[in-house]
Design a protein around this ligand. Structure first.
Ligand code: FAD
Length: 455
């Protein structure tokens, strides 16, 4: 990597022509939709949902109640109840409504709905247990894709639940180490200029590690979560696994950031494990947080540089609703292009802050990804010094294209049952069917040049 003085002197904007060229190169490497007809079918269903706000709302509420339904009959009743609120029903839904008028019809509709939700969930969730996920993890590695396993489970209510989640994380670390150890060597996934990159990678959520994470009493939640997180960090260090701490809604952002930086400042974690946190570019104050994280990393040398995963943020709707309810200013940008521009600025800032931090740019937006690759090259760094990340189910095509181009790409693979996964699934559906989402624009055939235009 170029020394810091040279890096600082390089202009921070890669010309648009370079970004466009990289974007076109990635687009040309995308597998064609015809190779995966089942996925094309899912995309059609998503497209239908995104065109109709009522239908979208009804389906979200339906997905939310599925785990609580006791029978197929029950499930069908809920489905027809929700669909009843949709004014302009497409023909397929009118058939569904007619089916719900008889008990036999309801049984069939319930079975079809349950199968549909399961099918959709399997697109995003790789298995019910880490053992079940093994095949997918091995297969992705074989195709040049690294992984991060995420054990589903959010918003813990009791200490017993927090203990159980921590126990599952520990078991996953122990169980997966053998799986990762047996994988063949893949130099581009295992090292960059800053050194080794562990194969095993687990993402955890602080809200699942404590029932006490509350905005009005952050210290309490931090102290309670610290005990379980410290234990996981110790185990990760022993196994030489990477532990990543996800970021959730804004009300826990401060507590989560402080907790991670405080724990990683402890002497016992100086040499390891490799660990990281998440920066959300949709937050208006994320540039300040980015500076704070970089300052911390520069003044706290560690065996492994702090991995900073840059995302736009998955709780946009939640933050907007929460702020409106309380009459507050929203902490998130309200214009999509503002989030996109900030994402690009933060990308550059993180790339320039290497080697104190290891940036991972997590996006399914071809423009955001092409921008990161072009900026990295412009800064004189090899492609191996940039990690790109995608979500299972949303970034499958992009992951293959990036791997084919020799980029280091890591896919975030949720593991868990459908009930625990419902919150996750709803967030992914919201993201996928939002009119402003890149994936939605791409799916409805917006021309490549428009998709790649500067935000
Ligand atoms: C590997 C990985 C890990 C992740 N981990 C986390 C995590 O820990 N925490 C977390 O919060 N998210 C996480 N995410 C989710 C991530 O935040 C979303 O995938 C991301 O927001 C979608 O952005 P995009 O660049 O793929 O798509 P795009 O379509 O370009 O962007 C969509 C995003 O833009 C923002 N947005 C939408 N509408 C508006 C608007 N009107 N005004 C302003 N902004 C708007 C929202 O953030 C929305 O999600 C992760 C994603 C990946 C790939």
């Amino acid at each position: 990597m170029a020394p810091a003085s040279i890096v600082a002197a390089v202009t921070t904007t890669a010309p648009e022509t370079e970004i466009l060229a990289v974007g076109r190169e990635i687009a040309a490497a995308l597998p064609s939709a015809s190779r995966n007809p089942l996925k094309a079918l899912d995309d059609k269903a998503m497209d239908l949902a995104s065109q109709d706000a009522d239908l979208r709302a009804a389906l979200f509420r339906f997905v939310d109640v599925v785990p609580a339904c006791r029978s197929l009959d029950d499930l069908a009743r809920h489905l027809s109840g929700f669909l009843d609120e949709v004014d302009d029903r497409p023909p397929s839904l009118q058939v569904a409504m007619r089916m719900s008028e008889s008990r036999a019809g309801r049984q069939a509709l319930g079975a079809a709905a349950a199968a549909g939700v399961k099918h959709m969930a399997h697109r995003f969730i790789v298995g019910e247990t880490p053992r079940e996920a093994t095949g997918v993890l091995e297969d992705l590695w074989k195709h040049g894709v690294a992984t991060s396993v995420d054990l589903l489970g959010e918003a813990t209510i009791t200490s017993a639940e927090a203990d159980r989640y921590a126990g599952r994380c520990r078991e996953a670390l122990d169980g997966l180490v053998e799986v990762y150890r047996k994988l063949p060597e893949r130099p581009s996934l295992e090292a960059d200029s800053a050194g080794r990159i562990p194969r095993e990678n687990l993402s955890v959520k602080v809200s699942a590690l404590t029932p006490l994470l509350r905005a009005d009493a952050p210290e309490l939640g931090k102290r309670d979560a610290a005990v379980r997180l410290r234990d996981l960090l110790r185990r990760a260090r022993e196994l030489d696994a990477h532990l990543h701490i996800d970021m959730e809604s804004f009300d826990s952002r401060e507590a989560v950031t402080d907790l991670v930086l405080e724990l990683l400042s402890e002497d016992e974690f100086k040499d390891g494990p490799s660990a990281g946190l998440v920066l959300q570019a949709y937050l208006r104050d994320s540039p300040q947080l980015c500076e704070r994280v970089i300052d911390w990393a520069q003044s706290t040398p560690r065996g492994y540089p702090l991995l900073v995963r840059l995302v736009k943020g998955a709780y946009w709707d939640h933050e907007i609703v929460e702020a409106r309810q309380h009459g507050w200013d929203a902490p998130v940008f309200e214009v999509k292009a503002d989030s996109d521009r900030n994402f690009e600025d933060l990308t550059v800032r993180l790339l320039e802050a290497r080697p104190s931090v290891r940036p991972a740019i997590a996006s399914h937006n071809l423009r955001s990804v092409a921008h990161a690759i072009a900026q990295n090259r412009r800064l004189g760094a090899p492609d191996e010094d940039l990690e790109l990340q995608v979500l299972r189910g949303l970034g499958d095509d992009l992951q293959h294209a990036l791997a084919a181009l020799g980029m280091r790409v890591r896919t975030y693979c949720p593991v868990g049952d459908l009930v625990a996964g419902m919150a996750y699934l709803v967030r992914r559906l919201l993201e996928n069917t939002s009119n402003e989402s890149f994936l939605h624009e791409q799916a409805r055939g917006v021309p490549l040049e428009t998709l790649l235009a500067a935000p």
